[in-house]
Each structure stands twice: as C-alpha cells, then as structure tokens.
Design a binder for this molecule. Structure first.
Ligand code: ZN
Length: 356
C-alpha cells in the first residue's frame, strides 16, 4: 500500500494549534468548511440520510440521536463525511480521561475549540447555528497534540480525537487487552505509537477528492456495504441442478475445484467458474478448502459472527462472495477493506506496545 503522508507541525508548542488527528488510524481530520458540511439547520449532511430526514424541526436547539445509529450508517452523499465524525477523549487529569459522544469535527470555531456531546451514547446530527453553550450537554475542548501540548493550552480543556467509526471498529477486534486498560493507558499507548509514525493526510479540496476517491484511506473502515451485500446475497437459495456428477467422489470434486481455483492469486473468473461448478454439480466442499483461500483475510470480516455462522461447507456462496471482495486489488480498496486492514494493523501494533 502506498503511504500518502505529510510531515506536519503536530508538535507545535506555540502559534499554530495542533490539527485534530484520530488516535486510532492516525488520520488528520480534514479541514472542511462549514459551507461544505453545514453543522446546523436542515442542511446538515447527516440529515440527508433517509433515516433521520423526518426528525428535523425548525428551532430545534440540538438534534441528538443514539451514537450507535451514526456508527452503523454508511454516508453516501459525502464520501469523506465519516472522517469528520468524531468522539473526543477528554483529559480531566493525568490519570483520568472520559469518552464523549459524536459530533462533526470541522473548521475551528469558538476560538479554535470544538465541541462534542458529553453522553457517549449520543451523536449530534444537527441543531441551531448559534446556541447558548451548555456544559451539562456538551464539552468544549481543544484538540490535543499527539506530541507536546502548545503553551496556549495551559488551563484549557483538551481532548484527543478518535473517529466514531474507528472507535466502533476497535470495539469489534477480538481479544484486545488494551480495550480494558482504561482510557489513560489507551491515550498513552496511542501517543507512543504515533510519535514514531507519520500521520495520514486526507485532502479536502474537491478535485483531489475526485482524483483520490478510490484510495484506501478515503473509505470508512467500519461500515462496508459490500460485506453486508455479500452476506445478504449468500442467504438467497440458488437452485441447484440434479446431475449424474452429484455423486462424484469428494476427492475428485475437490481436485477439480483446486484446479479451477488456486489457493492464492485467484481471479474473478476463477471464482465465477467455481460458482458455476458448484451450482451445476451440487458438490459440498470441505471447510478447509475455503479457509485456505481466505486465510489471510478472515480477520477482516468481523460481521460474519453476527450475520452467519460461517464454517459449514454449505456456506459455499458466502465463501465465494468474500473471495470476490479480496480477489481484485481495486475492489479491495474501493470497498473500504484496504482501509480496514490498515486500521486493524495499527490496532494490533498498539496492542503489542501495551503488552510489551
Ligand atoms: Zn480513525
């Protein structure tokens, strides 16, 4: 994967305030203008999503919805919108931090600060443009630097930013001890990792967006409609023909399929041919046949645990659907799998730092 990084003055000690960056994926939050993503009124980009459209009422001070709904939504209208939807980890003392809810983090206002709902189960998806700040509902904070904090931050509330979707993905990785380590430790481990790694830049200007929209980091790493589609399509029963080859010895059926679809570097055509063979002859291949072909990618599909118990040979359609998501590199990138793979890689590296 080609890295698109820029060295930037994140360690500023005075003058320029640090740009917010996601602690989990290392992406600088794009500096979008509010004319592009209006964060108030009925033009708020999340209100364009059909599920929330009817919730808007003029004069509403804040429109808050369960944060889980925002985490599970794939935003279609603005490909980069997900990268501005963030939570903050507010520093209360060196050992005490708290996680907030979700808000759109974009161009600085309120003297360079941002604000987020206090309640981690809530996401703000619109409201009034100018509203009296209420500390019981929101926290106003300055984006903390991953390196040293600038002098201007003395006596101010600071918070580390995480993408709402990266945080949701973090919650899905099995066996991470870092998740139970407490937020202070989590922040410490992430800062240690990013001090040695460059952050990732996403460009905000529209031409760049068109040019780079197929690049991996532009894709939401948590909500991947292609995976949901692969699971849903596999639930449709396909009519299998009855044939004299139905009773072929299993070893022979496996040999034919191994010849048609190699373990690595299989193509879309190989997958199509295997699918046709199984449809026509009704062979049930053993689980190891499929695992061998998806082995290095299985950890990317956490959705399987909830949607379907993969593992039986009868899930051949699901196995083939997943193989077709990883067979082609451009598809792997455009579906978001490449970004998911990158972010999961960071999470495993964080876990290793914590364990050492
Ligand atoms: Zn992130």
């Amino acid at each position: 994967m080609v890295r698109r990084t820029m060295v930037h003055p994140h360690a500023s000690t005075s003058g320029v305030l640090p740009e917010p960056a996601c602690l989990l994926c290392g992406m600088l939050i794009p500096n979008t203008r509010r004319s592009e993503f209006p964060d108030s009124g009925k033009s708020h980009p999340l209100l364009q999503e059909s599920q929330w459209k009817s919730l808007w009422k003029p004069g509403l001070e804040h429109l808050l919805v369960p944060s889980r709904e925002v985490e599970n939504t794939f935003t279609t209208n603005f490909p980069r919108l997900w990268s501005c939807l963030c939570r903050a980890i507010i520093k209360e003392s060196d050992t005490k931090y708290r996680l907030t809810g979700i808000n759109l983090i974009q161009d600085r206002h309120l003297n360079g600060s941002y604000y987020v709902p206090n309640d981690p189960t809530k996401a703000r998806i619109s409201g009034k443009k100018d509203f009296p700040y209420d500390g019981r509902v929101f926290t106003r904070f300055y984006a903390a630097s991953i390196k040293r904090q600038p002098r201007e931050y003395k006596d101010k509330t600071i918070g580390y930013v995480v993408h709402a979707h990266c945080w949701a993905l973090f919650g899905q990785v099995e066996g991470l001890k870092l998740r139970d380590a407490g937020l202070a430790k989590f922040v410490q481990v992430c800062r240690k990792y990013w001090k040695d790694h460059e952050l990732w830049q996403i460009y905000s200007d529209f031409d760049r967006l068109l040019y780079t929209s197929t690049m991996d980091i532009y894709r939401n790493p948590f909500v991947l409609p292609a995976i949901r589609e692969a699971i849903d399509c596999a639930k449709i029963e396909h009519f299998r023909q009855s044939s004299c080859f139905n009773n072929l010895p299993l070893e022979l059926a496996i040999s034919i399929c191994q010849w048609v679809c190699p373990i690595t570097d299989y193509t879309e055509d190989d997958i199509k041919n295997t699918r046709n063979l199984l449809l026509v002859f009704g062979w049930e291949l053993p689980e190891w046949f499929w695992r061998a072909r998806l082995n290095s990618h299985l950890h990317l599909f956490f959705e399987l645990d909830k949607a379907s118990k993969i593992g039986s040979p009868a899930d051949w359609q699901l196995w083939l659907n997943l193989m077709s998501l990883v067979a082609d590199r451009s598809r792997f990138v455009s579906t978001g799998l490449a970004n998911r793979e990158r972010v999961l890689g960071v999470m495993l590296a964080l876990e290793k730092i914590y364990a050492d």
